[in-house]
Design a protein around this ligand. Structure first.
Ligand code: NAI
Length: 296
């Protein structure tokens, strides 16, 4: 199967960390992109943020201003979901909640043409379940980017029970055309990377709870001695604790409460306190202006 042509309009739902990043990737590849978020103004704010990030690259001499202007001109913000009606592919990157995702895809199915491809950036939820109530579940697959989407190369193309080979192959070819390294996966809980990464976070959290050391020291050890690019705590702060906690719960439930995947009370407390990591200014570490530097 060949990739979608650059004339194909791409829709993205959710203008948070992942949705904005995915919209940027598609616009950089030459597509017109409609970015929708149900929080009024969030899509525009997401595009402003993309511009700011790209202009930092201009300041470093890594990109030309005209390129930035071209990319930003291809990004259209939308507060209403109807603006996605003409998209050839719609990638969903909203809250990690099965019911909410199902409702959004049902809305999309009513809105779009029958051959619009649908993709979810879910980290862990079953693609089979997300698609189950659709009239045409065969055109939905997982398209799982990693954070930050414009930087990280890997994309998992996840097939549920109903996903056709044509759908998966078109998404695979499209992700490849966007400069990504695509891999096929089937819809197991957490797919490949998030399944394997669970113990990385879980053991770090257990060490912290047992008082083995503090988060900054554990991160530094894993970076320096373990060879990881980031330690588990700074990585969880980057992902967002609401997202990471939801993923942990989803994998734990999907494996019938297997204790290997048990969620951590420490992480639950961070979510309850609204300390969601970088995006809220505080998580394991403090990212607010004027706070301690060098912690992360
Ligand atoms: P986020 O919290 O940064 O952004 C989510 C955005 O979706 C928010 O702007 C919110 O207003 C919007 N939203 C929520 N419900 C909506 C609805 N019904 N309609 C339209 N917009 C809605 O979340 P993030 O981190 O971008 O995650 C999004 C998805 O991507 C989740 O499924 C998550 O599991 C997945 N993911 C997250 C990664 C990460 O490192 N944060 C990595 C890979 C996947």
């Amino acid at each position: 199967m060949s990739a979608l042509p650059t004339t194909a309009v791409i829709g993205v739902i959710g203008a948070g960390a992942m949705g904005a990043g995915i919209a940027q990737v598609a616009a950089q590849a030459g597509h017109s992109v409609v970015l929708h978020d149900n929080q009024p103004g969030a899509a525009s704010a997401g595009i402003d943020n993309i511009r700011r990030q790209l202009e930092k690259r201009v300041a470093k001499g890594k990109m030309r201003q005209e390129e930035v202007d071209g990319i930003v001109a291809r990004l259209q913000p939308a507060d209403a979901i109807d603006a996605l009606a003409d998209s050839r592919l719609i990638i969903e990157a909203i809250v990690e909640n099965l019911e909410v995702k199902r409702q959004v895809f049902a809305q999309l199915e009513a809105l779009c043409s029958p051959d619009t491809l649908l993709a979810s950036n879910t980290s862990s939820l079953s693609i089979t379940s997300i698609a189950a109530n659709l009239e045409r579940p065969e055109r939905l697959a997982g398209l799982h980017f990693f954070n930050p989407a414009p930087v990280m190369k890997l994309v998992e193309v996840v097939s549920g029970l109903a996903t056709t080979i044509e759908t998966a192959e078109t998404l695979y070819a499209t992700a490849t055309a966007w400069g990504k390294v695509a891999v096929h996966a089937s819809s197991t809980p957490g797919f490949i990377v998030n399944r394997v990464a669970r113990p990385f976070y879980a053991e770090g959290l257990r060490l912290l709870q047992e008082g083995a050391s503090d988060a900054a020291t554990l991160d530094a050890l894993l970076r320096q001695a373990g060879g990881f690019r980031m330690g588990p705590f700074e990585l969880m702060d980057l992902i967002g604790h609401d997202v990471n906690y939801a993923v942990t719960r989803s994998v734990f439930d999907a494996y019938y409460g297997d204790t290997r995947f048990e969620p951590s009370l420490v992480q639950q407390a961070l979510v309850e306190a609204g300390r969601l990591g970088r995006k809220s200014g505080q998580g394991f570490f403090d990212y607010r202006e004027g706070q301690r530097e060098g912690q992360h």
